[in-house]
Ligand binder design. Structure first.
Ligand SMILES: Nc1ncnc2c1ncn2[C@@H]1O[C@H](COP(=O)(O)OP(=O)(O)OP(=O)(O)O)[C@@H](O)[C@H]1O
Length: 647
């Protein structure tokens, strides 16, 4: 036990971030003041947990039944007190714990809260996240904390009105081990002086606290450990309440849950919940999620990130194992074999649950994918062992779906494979800056005309994912603007369709010698920009299209890597320009090419057609020269028009 000479009374300023938080809380538009009570009870419960764990690890005697939380209402004084007989706090702990934000999650929360868009704030973010002890100032205009650490005989008094400073002084009276938080309620929150009101709040928000919460001797919570119950004996409603308890996401219902019971080779029980919304996508950075880890029902870590891989970080839940040591620390967690085995099993359960959901409740799965698909995809390059399972869970926009809803309707790779044409050996995709540009990509028309399905990837991450996946079900994933494309042999119906379109020009084939001349003029004009200029077999309407040479990166992949600041060599030499000999403008160039006077004009047009193709890919790098060229071309067109009225 430590005994220090107590200073009489110390005055401290809150850390800047806390001042910001206190200001936010005091002026919070959020109506649910109940969360303050939830947060303080949850802190008391943490302190009890720590006490139980410390006693177990140190082998000191402690009857777990003596641990509890007591609420006391003093109507005359206008106070509500939350008292626990947990670990308590020393003078130093009071100063640092209740004066700074140590928890990086909370710090991140406060920082983000001032940055996120107004509309997102409307979803009661303060209620959704724990803001911890400081939420006391949402209901109280003065907060007094009396605490005695289990390692000390001194009782300390912490006090503040939440405006910027707090004081710590020796308490007038000694108290048993633990902490009491005394809330001097604001006039507008006097409702918390009514026992029925406090009871209803505790039942609603703190029902799953594992220690008894008493008011006037009555235990208010049932402390049910639902993860230990047989699966069929836990109701949906209990799951929803437990999810809210774990995640603090009041008012939300989980999209789905898993209740897992495994007995060998490692014994563990787990409940996991998927929330309905992804906070990362509304402006929060990578959130510090994590599940609660228990060993033999005792909470050993409340934010355990080692139990699930990063790409499943959106799940909330609890894992309890008989095979884990109680004194496991954050450091030893990382290389704990038991934990690794639990993780492997759990991941399989989650992925199975997701594929079942996709099968049995496709709409819920769609909602899930819209929210969390972006996180799940990370698994493709981080979890090699489960890559195939994750690949089956991916969804993409596809040319197989047309119409208004097409941009939202997604297909799986399995469904794609099921629709592949006879003789088709590759899965086709096409990336681009946005869906509109992708749909205008010159290569797409040909694939459509041959009824070859193409996955459309407006999100560069998707192209990254698909490229790193490389194959699905043994079939290579190939970008349709790549030289790697292999086409299935024409069947009667598809060739009729494709030729039907080509035949719309209804003209004799272009003279080969003239076409060659056009190609060489193009080549000269695009020297250093493309590696080759050749005629295309795959362009229907557009005069030109860009092809990526085998082994080179697609445009969006290149952009993604450039964003990540990778130094990439100049891309130009990897591109091939394909020319469509049936396009009207190319036929006209062929005619003009017999007269060398037109060489410069054809070259200028070649440069413009190349710029058009880049524009559709979203990578035009010198708009100035393009503008100059267009003006020049317009001038030429204007020159050739006659001012004489023809009708
Ligand atoms: N009743 C209590 N008994 C002992 N220590 C407490 C008690 N209440 C708070 N503390 C200490 O004060 C710290 C800060 O509490 P606060 O509620 O602000 O954050 P937190 O509980 O760590 O994180 P968060 O609430 O964001 O998950 C706690 O980590 C704990 O060490």
């Amino acid at each position: 036990m430590t005994t220090q000479t107590p200073p009489v009374s110390e005055r401290h300023a809150f850390q800047a971030e806390i001042k910001q938080l206190l200001n936010l809380l005091a002026h919070s538009i959020y109506q649910g003041k109940e969360i303050a009570l939830r947060e303080l009870i949850s802190n008391a419960s943490d302190a009890l947990n720590k006490m139980r764990l410390t006693a177990l690890v140190e082998g000191s005697p402690l009857d777990p039944d003596e641990l509890g939380i007591t609420l006391t209402i003093d109507k005359e004084a206008g106070t509500l007190t939350i008292a626990d007989n947990g670990v308590g706090m020393t003078h130093e702990e009071l100063r640092s714990n209740l004066g700074t934000i140590a928890h990086s999650g909370s710090r991140e929360f406060v920082r983000n809260l001032t940055r996120i868009p107004e509309e997102a704030k409307a979803i009661n973010l303060i209620g959704q996240f724990g803001v911890g002890f400081y939420s006391a100032f949402m209901v109280a205009d003065r907060v007094v904390v009396l605490s005695r650490s289990h390692r000390s005989e001194e009782t300390w008094k912490w006090e503040s009105d939440g405006t910027g400073e707090f004081t710590i002084s020796p308490a007038d009276e000694s108290r048993p081990r633990g902490t009491s938080v005394i809330l001097h309620l604001k006039p507008e929150t006097k409702e918390f002086l009514e026992p029925w009101r406090v009871k209803s709040v505790v039942k609603r928000f703190s029902g799953f606290i594992p220690q008894p919460i008493r008011l006037d001797g009555e235990v208010l919570n049932d402390q049910k450990a639902i993860w230990l119950e047989p699966r069929n004996q836990v109701t949906e409603e209990e799951h929803t309440r437990f999810f809210r308890h774990l995640s603090h996401r009041e008012g939300e219902t989980p999209l789905f849950h898993l209740h897992v019971a495994v007995d060998s080779p490692i014994q563990f029980r787990a409940v996991l919940y998927c929330p309905p919304t992804n906070f990362e996508s509304i402006g929060f950075g990578k959130l510090e999620h994590g599940v609660q880890l228990c060993a033999r029902r005792v909470l050993v870590q409340s934010n355990c990130q080692e139990i699930l891989p990063g790409y499943l970080r959106f799940l909330h839940g609890l894992v309890d194992s008989e095979d884990l040591p109680l004194n496991i620390s954050r450091e030893t967690l990382q290389d704990n074999a038991v934990l690794r085995k639990i993780q492997n099993t759990l991941v399989k359960h989650v992925l199975d649950r997701l594929s079942k959901l996709a099968e049995e409740a496709p709409q819920t799965y769609e909602t899930f994918y819209e929210q969390f698909g972006i996180i799940l995809k990370e698994g493709i390059h981080t979890d090699f062992l489960n890559r195939d399972r994750i690949a089956k869970l991916l969804r993409f926009i596809s040319t197989a779906n047309e119409g208004e809803e097409a941009d939202r309707k997604r297909t799986s790779l399995e469904q794609y494979v099921g629709r592949m044409r006879e003789g088709q050996t590759q899965i086709y995709f096409l990336g681009g800056p946005d869906l509109n540009s992708i749909r205008k990509n010159p290569h797409l028309a040909y694939f459509k005309s041959r009824q070859l399905e193409v996955l459309l990837l407006p999100d560069p991450i998707d192209e990254f994912v698909i490229t790193s996946l490389d194959r699905f079900d043994g079939k290579p994933l190939v970008s349709i603007d790549s030289a790697r494309v292999e086409l299935p042999p024409q069947t009667e119906s598809t060739s009729a369709d494709a030729q039907g379109k080509e035949a719309t020009t209804d003209q004799p084939a272009v003279d080969p010698a003239r076409l060659d001349r056009v190609l060489s003029l193009f080549k000269a004009a695009l020297e250093g920009k493309v590696s080759e200029v050749r005629t295309s077999q795959r362009l229907l309407e557009s005069p030109v299209g860009l092809i990526h040479a085998e082994g080179s990166l697609t445009t969006s992949m290149r952009k993604l890597l450039q964003m990540a600041n990778r130094n990439l060599p100049e891309s130009a030499s990897n591109r091939i320009l394909e020319v469509n000999p049936n396009a009207a403008i190319i036929r006209r160039f062929a005619d003009l090419s017999v007269n060398p006077d037109h060489d410069d004009f054809i070259k200028q047009c070649a440069r413009q057609l190349y710029a058009n193709a880049l524009l559709l890919e979203g990578v035009l790098d010198d708009p100035e020269s393009m503008v100059g060229r267009i003006t020049d071309l317009m001038e030429k067109a204007a020159q050739s028009r006659s001012p004489i009225l023809t009708s």
